[in-house]
Design a protein around this ligand. Sequence first.
Ligand SMILES: CC(C)(COP(=O)(O)OP(=O)(O)OC[C@H]1O[C@@H](n2cnc3c(N)ncnc32)[C@H](O)[C@@H]1OP(=O)(O)O)[C@@H](O)C(=O)NCCC(=O)NCCS
Length: 132
Amino acid sequence: MTITFEWRGMVRNEEINRLHAEGFDHALVDADWTDVLSRLSLGWVTARDGHGLVGFVNVIWDGQLHAFIEDTLVAYRARRQGIGKRLIAVATEQSREAGCDWLHVDFDEHLKSFYLEACGFRPTNAGLIQLR
Ligand SMILES: CC(C)(COP(=O)(O)OP(=O)(O)OC[C@H]1O[C@@H](n2cnc3c(N)ncnc32)[C@H](O)[C@@H]1OP(=O)(O)O)[C@@H](O)C(=O)NCCC(=O)NCCS
């Protein structure tokens, strides 16, 4: 089935909420993604097949040179077909096009091969404080 990738494409809240709940294994919530994306994101990438949204990634930024990957998501039914890798490739191209010099991501250990080997990120030192 053909997959269509789009930068800043139209997306409905319920589609992302469904993908997010499935991808991060939590109950369905009613987050207002379209509001948040339009106010705070450099952009986002959608992947659609004939049945709907199968992939999504959000690209947030500092308004200048640094862009950050958040919430890379591919539906269970569409995984391991290269969709995640392509989502990141589009996010990379578009972040560069927007004038950013750096694209950041952090991830759990088991996704090292996805981000470092498949998507081309290089390892770096990073830090994190859990606030809640
Ligand atoms: C992580 C995720 C986005 C990957 O999407 P995907 O479309 O299945 O990934 P791709 O098909 O592009 O994978 C490309 C390569 O990355 C690696 N890879 C992908 N998913 C992997 C996983 N879960 N564990 C280890 N390596 C993985 C593999 O080398 C894969 O190539 P292969 O299938 O030929 O072995 C998807 O599994 C997902 O939505 N997970 C749940 C949400 C999540 O954890 N997101 C990341 C937040 S940081």
